[in-house]
Design a protein around this ligand. Structure first.
Ligand code: FES
Ligand code: FE
Length: 431
């Protein structure tokens, strides 16, 4: 057995010694103190995805979200500006909003009735004659996130005043978000179809490890791959039956911990042709052909289907097929991923049911496979402290922006370097 690398409890961990070129230490996934540092140094410092503008379209609309483990209200104020503040009463800390979403011009705390506006300002306290003159309501509003910015409808917040502008943080991921959103005839996506909540007894980074990993599908999703191939060779996910490095699919390191996997080149010329049949496909296609003709319908179907793009924006936003995934760390060994199927603004309404059904395809077959393996990994890492390292060294690292065969683990190593950069920074100013 090798000597243990981790410092005794209470010591500042040397994170640099835990992330190496071809391996990372198991405690990144198992140690509560590492998780606590992540909530401070990553989710407390870098831009975090909070929600989509279309989830709060009207004044006073709100939804609950999170910044790491911190509960946050994303709200549209009376003037129509998106605001984000902690869901934490300024009086004694109670969560002032306890509905997942809705429309409320006021947030009234259930404990002593302090009342806030949809902009988070403190409007009144009960029986104000009992308050001292020195009490200044302007000082006691709900605590705002330092900055809130949105890009193509995706709303992000950050706690650090010195963080770079959102567009700079997104870097090369911005053009891929554009490409994903520009499939919509009106250039906007819409998030309004509820949420599918996936829970795993596993560390949140297990999701990140797989965000651009083309190695695992042949094994993890084997039954899905085989089932698709039996149905028809070339159907979605059957492209992983052969060595995926010998297909034109590629992954890319985007910088800033962002990752990309483009499956489209492995799916043939038109993604629709590789789309698996969903309940109601034939009837929907017939209906569309009748309404829009056989010339226009293929175009409609092409944007109705899966996007074939996996874009991951560090640390918590995932665009996969037609859905937005939000990685939600809960505890060191507990994670939720919130999936929102999207629709396209300006798309033919008759195509929406088909889009939603297609959006359910991978989750039905693929999610249980992924979750099972994340949980098995978590068990192995927790229960066997004697073996300290995980191997992350497949393939070489190229320049930033380089493309890789999809079994290369370069995108994983790249996000781990960003993780390390943030975790090693202890000072007040932004890294
Ligand atoms: Fe909210 Fe007292 S804790 S009003
Ligand atoms: Fe998977």
């Amino acid at each position: 057995m090798t000597s243990r690398t981790v410092e005794p409890p209470g010591a500042e961990p040397e994170y640099g010694s835990l992330v190496r070129d071809d391996r990372v230490h198991r405690t990144l996934y198992t140690e509560p103190s590492v998780f606590a540092d992540e909530m401070e140094r990553i989710f407390g410092r870098t831009w975090v995805y909070l929600g989509h503008e279309s989830e709060i379209p009207e004044p006073h609309d709100f939804k609950l979200t999170n910044l790491g483990t911190r509960p946050v209200i994303l709200s549209r104020d009376e003037e129509g500006t998106a605001r984000a503040f902690f869901n934490r009463c300024s009086h004694r800390g109670v969560t002032v909003c306890n509905e997942a979403r809705g429309n409320a011009p006021r947030f009234v705390c259930s404990y002593h009735g302090w009342t806030y506006s949809s902009a988070g300002d403190l409007l009144n306290v009960p029986f104000p004659s009992g308050m001292d003159d020195s009490f200044d309501p302007a000082e006691w509003g709900l605590h705002h996130l330092e900055r809130v910015e949105s890009y193509r409808g995706f709303v992000f917040g950050v706690l650090s005043a010195e963080a770079p502008p959102l567009a700079e943080h997104l870097g090369a991921a911005a053009a891929l978000i554009d490409e994903w959103v520009d499939r919509a005839p009106d250039g906007e996506i819409v998030v309004r179809h509820g949420v599918r909540r996936v829970a795993a007894r596993a560390n949140w980074k297990l999701y990140l490890d797989g965000a651009a990993d083309g190695l695992h599908p042949f094994a993890t999703h084997r039954s899905f791959v085989e089932m698709s191939a039996r149905h028809r060779d070339g159907l979605f996910i059957s492209q992983f039956r052969r060595n995926p490095d010998e297909t034109p699919m590629y992954s890319r390191v985007l910088g800033g911990g962002h990752q990309y996997l483009d499956q489209r080149p492995g799916m043939g010329g038109r993604v629709w042709d590789a789309t698996r049949p969903a309940p109601g496909t034939e009837a929907s296609v017939a209906d569309l052909e009748q309404r829009y003709g056989s010339e226009t319908t293929p175009e409609i179907l092409e944007r109705t289907t899966v996007a074939g793009m996996n874009v991951f924006v560090f640390p918590n936003l995932s665009l996969v097929d037609n859905s937005i995934g939000v990685v939600q760390p809960r505890e060191v060994n507990r994670t939720e991923v919130l999936w929102h199927v999207t629709s396209l603004a300006g798309a033919e309404p008759e195509s929406l049911p088909l889009r939603l059904r297609i959006g359910e395809d991978f989750p039905n077959f693929g999610d249980p496979d992924d979750i099972e393996n994340w949980e098995r990994a978590q068990r192995g890492l927790e229960l066997v402290p004697d073996v300290e390292w995980l191997h992350t060294g497949r393939g070489d690292d190229g320049e930033e922006g380089a493309d890789y065969g999809v079994t290369n683990e370069a995108p994983m190593r790249a996000y781990q370097r960003e993780w390390l950069r943030l975790m090693q920074h202890r000072g007040g100013e932004n890294p």
